[in-house]
Design a protein around this ligand. Structure first.
Ligand code: F6P
Length: 371
């Protein structure tokens, strides 16, 4: 095994609060081991532009508390192209980089895998270890990705505020949250915010069923004798009905089912939280998660690991050839990158037991809420 003298770190795809904590810890752990560290600006795009900066204790000293990523991020569709990856490998070689830490989500880790694919990278390719970072929590084989906790807190805080005005007016709000094709943020923040209904793509409901489920929820809540009859519904962006269209369909159905009602009360209001969910200072947990995953990733890389991802408590039992516990942290594992990407695909297509469990658990929760 070649001893690494220089590693590089990049952040790629949608930024996630806590990426800076991972950059900081990765830099400090590598430097403590006598390894030089370079940061690559703007993800794979910056790699192609040879945009490297030195990283050391001074550069990363004050970044822990900041949202976003000090290195910048980008999406780089061209990386699907073999010739573009050849260029990236040439840049890394010219810079003398022996190990690469890729901090990002599904697309970024797919890029990392392709970069060191033995069929194209030749003998002794750069070693690569990924760190899961995406507010969507759509990566397989890690209980959590960096950024999810902060995003969930942001959503819950927003829902609490909306609930105040919804309660005052007995109104129904549909709140759309990010998550791309994954409903995790919608599901978990619905529980944490005490919402009345969560709409997420894994449930596989068609448009008519989604509308019915909202209308049924509103009518059930409005029949209660409680003082407040406000309704909070959290919709994942992956439920592919444009929110204005959904509002129009629900309002029309409510007007039919409750004839003569006051439209200012019965009509729904909508809020799209959008990129607000991705910003802000990382929570204490995301700072800790970023730091712990980076510690394990860099120690693994220096010990010879490649094509791995540092994972936080994988949610299933995994065989030894796919997952190894890190001696550096009892809650962090090094898992096979290929297995991560395969399980991510299963998760997003609803084929994994975890995806089925998530959707099933929500059916039970909904039944309990409608009592
Ligand atoms: O993957 C993170 C994410 O924030 C998704 O939740 C969202 O669908 C997407 O990125 C938005 O991407 P962009 O910032 O490029 O519009």
């Amino acid at each position: 095994m070649t001893k690494l003298e220089r590693i590089a770190i990049l952040t790629s795809g949608g930024d996630a609060p806590g990426m800076n904590a991972a950059i900081r810890a990765a830099t400090l752990v590598a430097r403590a081991a006598g390894v030089e560290v370079l940061g690559i600006e703007r993800g794979y795009r910056g790699l192609l532009d040879d945009a490297f900066i030195p990283l050391g204790p001074t550069e990363v000293g004050s970044i822990l508390r900041e949202g976003g990523t000090m290195l910048g991020s980008a999406r780089c569709k061209e990386f699907h192209d073999r010739a573009v990856r050849d260029r990236a490998r040439a840049v890394l070689r010219a810079r003398g980089v022996g190990g690469l830490v890729v901090i990002g989500g599904n697309g970024s880790l797919t890029g990392a895998q392709a970069l060191v694919d033995p069929d194209e990278a030749g003998p002794e390719p750069v070693r690569v270890v990924g760190i899961p970072a995406s507010i969507d929590n759509d990566l397989g084989l890690t209980g959590l990705s960096i950024g999810v906790d902060t995003a969930m807190n942001t959503i819950v805080e927003a829902c609490d505020k909306i609930a105040d005005t919804a309660t005052a007016h007995d109104r129904t709000f549909i709140i759309e949250v990010m998550g791309r094709d994954c409903g995790y943020l919608a599901m978990t923040s619905a529980i944490a915010a005490g919402a009345d209904l969560a709409l997420f793509p894994e449930a596989g409901r068609d448009e008519a069923t989604v509308v019915d489920s909202i209308v049924d929820t509103v009518l059930a809540v409005r029949q209660r004798q409680r003082r407040s009859r406000r309704v909070i519904i959290i919709k994942a962006e992956g439920v592919a009905i444009p929110i204005d269209r959904l509002k129009a369909m629900v309002d029309a159905r409510l007007a039919e089912r409750v004839p003569g009602s006051d439209p200012s009360v019965i009509e729904t209001r909508v809020t799209v939280l959008g990129h607000v969910v991705r910003g802000g200072r990382p929570s204490a947990f995301d700072r800790l998660l970023g730091s712990r995953l980076a510690n394990v990733a860099v120690r693994g890389l220096l010990a010879g690991a490649t094509l791995k991802m540092a994972a936080w408590m994988p949610p299933v039992d995994l065989p030894d050839e796919i997952a190894t516990r890190s001696p550096a942290d009892p809650y962090c594992w090094l898992v096979d990158l290929g297995a991560v990407l395969a399980e991510t695909e299963n998760l997003l297509r609803g084929r994994s037991p975890l995806a089925r469990w998530r959707a099933g658990a929500f059916d039970d929760i909904e039944d309990a809420l409608l009592l």
